[in-house]
Design a protein around this ligand. Sequence first.
Ligand code: T46
Length: 289
Amino acid sequence: MYNVVKMEFEKFSDNRGNLVAMEFPKNLPFSIERIYYIYDVLKDKERGFHSHRDLEQILICLGGSVKIRVKDGTNEEIITLNNSNEGLYIGPMIWREMFEFSENATLLVLASKRYNELDYIRDYDKYVKEAKQYFKNIMDMERYQKGKSIDLKLAEIKDAKFLLELRTNKNLNTYLSQVSNSLKEQETWLTNYKIREFNKKEYYFKTIDKNNKNIGFARLYNIDYDNKELTFGSFIMGENKTKYAALETMILLMQISFKYLNMNKVLLDVRKNNLHAKEFYTRFRVYKI
Ligand code: T46
């Protein structure tokens, strides 16, 4: 499912109760231009039945519960919102239907833009056509994700455990920025990454072997579509890596950068003392002092 992520907000709890704070860019992916809320919806009433072309929103059920059916033109999911510190991020080109509002349900919506009727697509057939075109790009990228001995997959929130394992492994993490030992933090990082990915700002790939076993990660970021350049980095391979895993990951990501993303330049993010990486890139003849 594209452009939809469930978010969990930190709760400050003490003997007086709970408080949840949302602040851009700390834990919100966009700055809020509009807020509205929906309440007193009768039990059998359904709302929504439209998509937005540009708008990003976060739906939070502040009391009671509500179900949200989301569609991306190919896939469909139903998400129940019933927790005041949970939000549902819905990005552009997602069809949404809200139903089964419980008594006293209040659905708060944080929106990235002001109200604009022209941003709505209310005709479902028209939506499916536009959505298939909109998400075609990301499906096209899958062509470049198949190597000889490994495949690439876009990282998912459920990869947080493996990511934490690698990034806290002393033998592997010397030249990467340190992360805390918290699974929650890695999940939050991946949640925010997913939203950057949906907005085509960044791509984080997991390398797996042909038996679907996790091997490592690599990232394309600082994507500058105007100047046609991006950065390759956050490259980490587990101790079980296969002989050509690193090489193939690199080649596939170069194909994605140059062929799929149409870049002219890829910058390598390598620390000065990382001799192993220098040696690796020298073999490509891309490293020069
Ligand atoms: C969405 C889901 C989750 C305004 O004048 N300003 C506004 O900011 C909004 C949101 C609505 N309106 C007017 C337009 C309609 O005359 O309020 C009326 C009801 O809106 P609508 O039928 O679009 O409501 P829902 O519940 O079907 O959909 C709303 C949002 O419109 C939509 O963006 O994603 O909630």
